[in-house]
Design a protein around this ligand. Structure first.
Ligand code: PEP
Ligand code: MG
Length: 753
């Protein structure tokens, strides 16, 4: 037990938030005590009641709905007396109260212990079991120890205001995260989960119980045919006794028993995979305890059958494109670029995920596609969100669940205002990006997806400032070959010709993993990333360079950009490979023009090597997303520190100004292609610093163009001077807000509260 205890404590302490800690804890306790139910009730001082906050085993819908006044029911009694209560037949106790919502009439045994921190009662931890069971001393000691552990975590959460009430029972609830892609949307939450095994199936409340039952039956049907086919195949090769095992399997699946139980669990409010996992777990636990070899072996059979049925359930992912609602707001623990591709674009209205931050790559792709997105929503109660009406505010990083009529009306008018503004700005999109005093700053776009190659854009931009080649690589199942890549790159180059297109060589690693080339590192952003990977794999880089060069034949609008450069030797090596690719093609009779070559300035070391780099390349492109994370030592993906991640930090502004001045002195063009370029205030500062072009997601163009067309260069230079004298990021933001307000441009800034 001690080992289990230590592990649970470690997991709870390492959980990303209180919700996750509670959910881990009840699951682990249930498993360790081999019992049916484990629940946690929080004491609400205002209500003087205990509220069911987390459970595994009782119906999930009961969370937030079961409220017990202090002293009432068994849980209330444990709390009032601040003492454990251990009952073999709970129903016989005079204080027993039955809550229909929990479905707990099935549970006979009850063990509840109070959670106490510095003499204050904070809640109650309960385990229950269907059959009569006398929890023994060791069980009681274990639960008391877990409760003491939870007490510290809870007290901390209460003190820091991180404790969330389960406000989803029916009322409106609001959750905060990191604003990752602007815009607002109303729609229906669609929770997506990656495939899992029986032990890690998440609990989800189904939107449509009949649909869940139907797909369960279908999965069982498929498993039965599979077993029948296996038996037929083996009939001539194995003994009759062994063959009989297949009959046992068929019976288990055929007998109403298993299917009925799983169906019952679905009707209690668990989706099909979760219900299956619950039932299998219960049977396995029971059979493993029995003192009979034959029955113990059946436990393995049930587990095996469970796995097979689960595999079929996961084949038909619950949300196929046809079943997505017309206004889907995709919600998940972690949403990948590949998952994005599964939902038809016209149905996808918003994205929400527990992990990630504003510069994680899914955010970048979402911005490019113009999908409002909020990431890093660490407190989101995923299991209870499926099918809920939601309102997403990608500007302020908020998700409202079951919004009330007032809030809905407010957002309807905000959305209408935003549409009106974008229509207004649309009128000037074909006008030059030049200031009123005649200074012209080319605006470029960042691309990565085929949909970006938009003919409409061509007349409005100076070219493509960053084509992220890893994006198409992320949605294939293997490295695309030279021919495939040539076609991909040709589409981009042709789509934008004669405008220049800057193609960056593969920038994988960090948070950009390819499914077929996983890089598992403790510290991935400081590890094997970008050029470090491709220089170690010249065979991959050579194919890419050859494909780019071939794709540019007769168009000659290609520039090549190398990412994550830290040392000058890396540039020398990359250039050597580029020259070799040109030579090889020449030998094959294909003559190509040598493209312009640039390096990303995103590792702080490069700030101090501008002279050496300038001797080797034609242009610089500043990756402010990475430069911010590396200069400030703030992981761009970690929501816990996202408030520290700020591209307008005085240190960044200082570095950017120096870079622009260095590039000017060295007579090299310098662009900036990080997210800062798409921020109208940031763009004005970058223009004043002397950046020769800015590259951004297409949806950011209208507001940045509008800012440039309204602010004379001399005013922007004055603003830069003022801002450079400020000491903190907060002062910088406040000053920019004030100035833009004065210039009547605050409508271009992201809305705030
Ligand atoms: C950057 O780092 O700013 C950049 C443009 O590249 P990425 O976001 O793809 O790392
Ligand atoms: Mg980068």
């Amino acid at each position: 037990m001690l080992e289990v205890l230590r592990r649970v404590i470690q997991e709870v302490n390492g959980a990303r938030n209180l919700d996750a800690a509670l959910s881990t804890m009840v699951r682990r306790i249930r498993k360790a005590m081999q019992t049916d139910v484990c629940s946690f009730y929080l004491y609400d001082k205002e209500l003087e009641s205990l509220v069911l906050m987390e459970t595994i085993g009782l119906r999930t819908q009961a969370v937030g709905r079961v409220v017990l006044p202090l002293g009432e029911g068994l849980v209330g009694l444990v709390a009032k007396r601040s003492e454990p209560l251990n009952l073999e037949e709970a129903q016989m106790h005079p204080q027993f109260r039955y809550f229909e919502a929990t479905g707990e009439e099935r549970y006979s045994s009850f063990l509840g212990v109070p959670i106490i921190h510095q003499r204050l009662m904070l809640g109650v931890l309960v385990v229950q079991q269907a059959e009569k069971r006398r929890y023994d001393d060791e069980d009681e000691a274990f639960l008391v120890t877990m409760a003491a552990q939870l007490a510290g975590v809870l007290a901390h959460a209460l003190a820091t205001g991180n404790l969330l009430r389960p406000a989803l029972a029916g009322g409106q609830a609001m959750f905060k995260g990191v604003a990752a892609s602007p815009g607002m949307a109303m729609g229906e939450a669609v929770v997506i989960t990656p495939p899992s095994d029986l032990n890690s199936v998440p609990d989800l409340v189904p939107n449509d119980q009949d649909f869940e039952v139907a797909r369960l039956k279908e999965a069982i049907g498929k498993t039965r045919s599979e077993i029948r086919a296996a038996a037929e195949r083996l009939a001539s090769r194995i003994s009759a006794q062994e063959l009989a095992l297949f009959d046992v399997y068929q019976q288990m699946l055929g007998e109403a028993a298993l299917a009925d139980e799983v169906e019952k669990r679905i009707r209690e409010g668990q989706w099909a995979p979760g219900a299956l996992a619950d039932v299998v777990r219960r049977h396995v636990q029971y059979l493993e305890r029995v003192d009979d070899n034959y029955l113990r072996e059946r436990a393995a059979d049930i587990r095996d059958l469970g796995r097979r049925v689960l595999a079929h359930l996961q084949e038909d992912t619950p949300s196929t494109p046809e079943t997505y609602p017309d206004n889907a707001i995709l919600v998940g623990d972690e949403i990948s670029v590949a998952m994005l591709g599964e939902v038809p674009r016209d149905k996808l209205k918003g994205l929400v995920s527990v992990r990630g931050s504003s510069t994680s790559h899914v955010a970048i792709v979402a911005r490019a596609m113009g999908i409002p997105t909020v990431l890093g929503m660490v407190d989101l109660p995923l299991p209870r969100l499926g099918g809920a009406p939601v309102l997403l505010d990608g500007h302020r990083g908020r998700l409202f669940v079951r919004p009330g009529p007032e809030l809905k009306a407010r957002y309807e008018s905000l959305i209408a205002e935003e549409e009106a503004l974008s229509e207004l700005l649309e009128h000037e999109q074909d006008l030059p990006s030049a200031t009123p005093d005649g200074y012209s700053l080319p605006l470029m776009v960042n691309t990565g997806l085929a949909v970006d190659a938009n003919a409409l854009l061509k007349s409005r931009i100076g070219g493509v400032g960053l084509y992220r080649t890893e994006v198409p690589f992320m949605i294939t199942e293997r490295f695309p070959g030279e021919k495939e890549q040539t076609k991909l790159y040709r589409d981009q180059l042709e789509g934008f010709a004669p405008l220049p297109v800057v193609m960056r060589t593969l920038d994988i690693g960090g948070d950009k993993d390819l499914p077929y080339f996983p890089i598992d590192e403790a510290n991935s952003f400081l590890g094997w990333r970008g050029m470090r990977v491709t220089l170690d794999h010249p065979e991959v880089l050579m194919v890419q360079l050859r494909a780019m060069l071939k794709a540019s034949i007769d168009l000659d609008n290609l520039s090549v950009l190398f990412p994550m450069i830290t040392n000058v030797e890396e540039v020398d090596e990359a250039l050597r490979l580029l020259d070799r690719a040109i030579l090889e093609l020449g030998e094959e009779g294909i003559t190509v023009v040598r493209p312009q070559v640039g390096v990303m300035i995103e590792v702080p070391a490069t700030i101090y090597q501008m002279d050496s780099l300038a001797k080797r390349v034609d242009f610089f492109s500043v990756g402010s997303n990475d430069l911010t994370q590396y200069l400030l030592a703030v992981d761009r993906n970690n929501p816990r520190v996202s408030s520290l991640y700020d591209a307008l930090h005085p240190a960044l502004l200082g570095a950017l100004l120096e870079l622009a001045q260095d590039a000017k002195r060295l007579n090299k063009p310098i662009s900036l292609c990080g997210e800062l370029a798409g921020d109208p205030a940031g763009a004005l500062l970058l223009m004043a610093m002397g950046f020769t072009s800015l590259s951004m997601n297409a949806p950011s163009l209208p507001k940045v163009r509008a800012a440039i067309r309204r602010v004379p260069l001399s005013d922007a230079e004055q603003l830069l001077e003022e801002v450079m004298a400020l000491d903190t990021p907060a002062l910088v933001h406040a000053h920019l807000d004030n100035r833009l307000d004065e210039w009547q441009l605050s409508h271009l800034m992201p809305p705030r509260d």
